[in-house]
Design a protein around this ligand. Structure first.
Ligand code: ZN
Length: 240
């Protein structure tokens, strides 16, 4: 691996170069914003730099997207902390109760617990609550969309939910399976629906080509805006 710098229009771009046994050059941007380029072993440097510069706009755009993603928050699970759920912010209230449960009341997320000072316990309870909600909400939306468009999606489809770093959803065409990123639970329901519809369209169109977008637009006319919001962390609704 070599660390290199390429200059373009007075700007400098740092990248990590991997020379490998491969046919075509490839690049990707990691979660931390670092640019990784892999190329066939004997590719001359000018070709590598030209390849990077051809994708300069794409690189800038991806880097901006990564930067605008919300950072993970260090939680203490005390009253007053804010939690996102389906595009709304809820303020945590710790309530000493006899049962261990989470309830949403108005703008509050009320956590009743016999262990109000046990951070681990509170963390687990809230995680468990999110997990159950994710499962319930995503399956409900998925079933509803498949049912609404039964004429397009007549098979039995499997929904899987995972924590993913770089994608909101994916699709395993051969297995009739759609995978959703569990982080979508922070976004408004319309974004959950959008990702489901996007992935379902891949059962007809593997790539993001013209036909794919035509089908997606027929199911979800606002898909462009929704995608833009999602990738810029603009999925939080401040309607109240
Ligand atoms: Zn796609």
């Amino acid at each position: 691996m070599e660390k290199r710098i390429v200059e373009y229009d007075g700007r400098y771009l740092e990248y990590y170069l991997f020379r490998k046994k491969m046919k075509n050059m490839r690049m990707r941007i990691k979660e931390d914003g670092k640019l990784f380029v892999s190329c066939p072993v004997y590719t001359p440097l000018y070709e590598i730099n030209a390849f990077i510069l051809r994708h300069f706009d794409w690189i800038e755009q991806k880097k901006n997207e990564i930067q605008s993603r919300p950072l993970p928050i260090k939680r203490n699970y005390i009253s007053g902390e804010e939690f996102l759920f389906l595009g709304q912010k809820y303020t945590l209230v710790i309530d000493i109760g006899t049962k261990e449960k989470v309830t949403l009341i108005d703008k509050y997320m009320v956590l009743s617990t016999r262990h109000p000072d046990d951070i681990d316990k509170k963390h687990k309870l809230i995680d468990k609550w999110y997990k159950e909600e994710i499962d319930f909400v995503f399956r409900r939306q998925f079933d509803m969309i498949v049912k609404t468009y039964r004429h397009l999606f007549p098979k039995t489809y499997i929904l899987k939910i995972r924590q993913m770093k770089a994608r909101w959803g994916s699709c395993m065409i051969n297995k009739n399976t759609v995978v959703l990123n569990s982080k979508l639970i922070y976004a408004d329901i319309k974004y959950v629906d959008y990702v489901i519809m996007h992935e379902l369209c891949h059962f007809y169109h593997k790539n993001h080509d013209h036909d794919f977008y035509r089908m997606l637009a027929s199911l979800c006319p606002c898909h462009r805006q929704l995608k833009k919001d999602l990738n810029h962390g603009g999925y939080i609704s401040y309607s109240h």
